[in-house]
Design a protein around this ligand. Structure first.
Ligand code: UDP
Ligand code: MG
Length: 312
């Protein structure tokens, strides 16, 4: 068995994969780490599948999974993890934002004895708006989640094979991996790394995908949105009660302004309507996810497996 198996999800990363493999080989070979790379093509529309096919045919230590369509980053990593074979397993991005030198650092820390070593980003190359959004989200999630999810940690990590087996046994379809990883517990150690810039191509995480990931994270690890809905309902009812008392008092004291009724009614109908739709929306986020889980479909579908997992 290899010392380390790297799971690398790739969506439209044709230029990056050969470079990543070269850099990994350079760093890990000289450190004497016997490693294997498992590329997971997440239904790319460029020639990523051909590039993977080519790399598999030229390198003994490269394997590939070709998914039948784009299932999304978290799904691609999950499927990769269920096919990963190695004494340790790592997850890293294909675009070299997770740097091979840092991987070696994580791996060395792992060897010093622990179940999981995860990277915590000390800096990001993204623009200030995106950085702020990330920082805000991680802090909100850390506050709301019913387990402690480390702030600023992504999916970049090294895990023991046993830990990965436990992870693979978790039944849920909705895989917010950094949350599930934290949920599993055990010995987990953070290591600070800088996040590099994407080497080639454009980020595949669009703003919409990031928002969806954020909502997935919140909904699968927190009941706080549901409680907020109840709280909002109680607050609005309370305000309405106060309003009724005030209006009644006005009426009996003869202070009621003429024509006050119509605007008040229209506004309160709008307010109640808005609150109801908003809370229904929150409920819907949970119900939709229950529906997804109940259907029990696989997380992603593998169309083709390339290469074999035994060390020559
Ligand atoms: N990715 C994927 N499927 C997707 C989107 C992204 O497998 O639908 C991969 C992508 O190829 C990369 C990693 O997930 O290896 C992170 O994506 P990206 O660099 O776009 O995200 P960012 O670094 O901006 O968070
Ligand atoms: Mg990236």
């Amino acid at each position: 068995m290899y010392d380390l198996c790297l799971v690398v999800p790739a969506y439209n990363e044709q230029e990056n994969l050969p470079v990543l493999l070269d850099e990994l080989t350079e760093v890990l070979k000289s450190a004497g780490v016997r490693f294997q790379v498992l590329f997971v093509d997440d239904g790319s529309r460029d020639s990523t599948p051909e590039v993977i096919r080519n790399l598999v045919s030229r390198h003994q230590n490269v394997r590939g999974l070709l998914l039948t369509r784009n299932f999304g980053h978290q799904a691609a990593v999950s499927i990769g993890l269920s096919h990963a074979r190695g004494k340790a397993v790592a997850v890293m991005d294909a675009d070299l934002q997770d740097r091979p030198e840092d991987l070696l650092q994580l791996y060395r820390r792992y060897l010093a004895g622990t179940d999981v070593v995860y990277a915590v980003r000390t800096s990001r190359p993204e623009n200030i708006l995106k950085r702020f959004a990330y920082a805000a989200f991680y802090r909100i999630l850390a506050r709301m989640a019913n387990i402690s999810i480390p702030v600023d940690s992504g999916d970049f990590c090294v895990m023991s094979q046993e830990f990965v087996t436990r992870l693979n046994h978790l039944p849920e379809r909705l895989r917010y991996l950094r949350g599930l990883r934290a949920w599993l517990g055990g010995r987990q150690v953070p290591v600070a790394v800088e996040r590099g810039a994407r080497r080639a191509g454009r980020p595949q995480y669009t703003f919409a995908k990031l928002v969806r990931l954020a909502i997935d994270g919140l909904v699968s690890f927190s009941y706080v949105p549901l409680r907020l809905a109840s709280l909002l309902g109680i607050t609005v009812s309370g305000l309405a009660l106060v309003g009724i008392i005030v209006v009644l008092a006005w009426k009996y004291l003869g202070l009621l302004p003429s024509g006050a009724g119509l605007a008040t009614i229209a506004l309160s109908v709008l307010l109640i309507g808005g609150v109801q739709v908003f809370t229904l929306g929150i409920l819907g986020e949970y119900v939709g996810r229950i529906f997804d889980e109940v259907k029990g479909r696989p997380v992603a579908v593998v169309g083709e497996v390339l290469g074999n997992d035994t060390e020559p």
